[in-house]
Design a protein around this ligand. Structure first.
Ligand SMILES: [Zn+2]
Length: 150
């Protein structure tokens, strides 16, 4: 078997797959660009770059958007059940808490990872790949900072 000089070349990152494809890959916790590399290193930590296409996924900052969408979805999935159970059986409040607190915790834990994958994919599609955060950081020396009462 002869050595192939092209084999070790990183694949060209296809950073603009169709939005539906990118979102589906993100929901499956795969690289939204190529769909082959893993998106996460651990539960929610985004890998620095895709192991397959070297897309710089680690620079995409999803921040608070995944928890926001997860809470929104978990609420819409479970709250009808909360109201239905309360209307039909009228259980004590401790029964509600015993049922719904674990249910919300489980559903949120299961949803957060694919939702974050979809947020990262959507941000990649929008071009929010971290380059917009590349502005130079201006460090002001302590002696040049204005006094607090100035
Ligand atoms: Zn990739």
């Amino acid at each position: 078997m002869s050595w192939d000089s092209q084999r070790d070349e990183p694949a060209e990152p296809a950073i603009h797959p169709p939005a539906g494809v990118a979102l589906a890959r993100g929901a499956k916790c795969l690289c939204p660009a190529c769909g082959q590399g893993k998106l996460f290193n651990g539960y929610l930590r985004v890998v620095d770059e895709c192991s397959a296409c070297h897309a710089p996924l680690g620079r995409i900052r999803a921040d608070d958007a995944p928890p926001y969408f997860t809470i929104f979805l978990a609420g819409h999935v479970l709250l009808p059940g909360v109201f239905l159970v309360d209307k039909i059986w009228r259980p004590e409040m401790w029964v509600h808490m015993a049922i719904w607190l674990p249910a919300f915790a489980i559903v949120s834990t299961l949803l957060l990872r694919p939702v974050k994958g979809m947020v990262v994919a959507w941000m990649m599609r929008l071009g929010l790949t971290g380059d917009e955060q590349g502005a130079p950081v201006v460090v002001v020396a302590p002696s040049r900072r204005p006094a607090p009462d100035a």
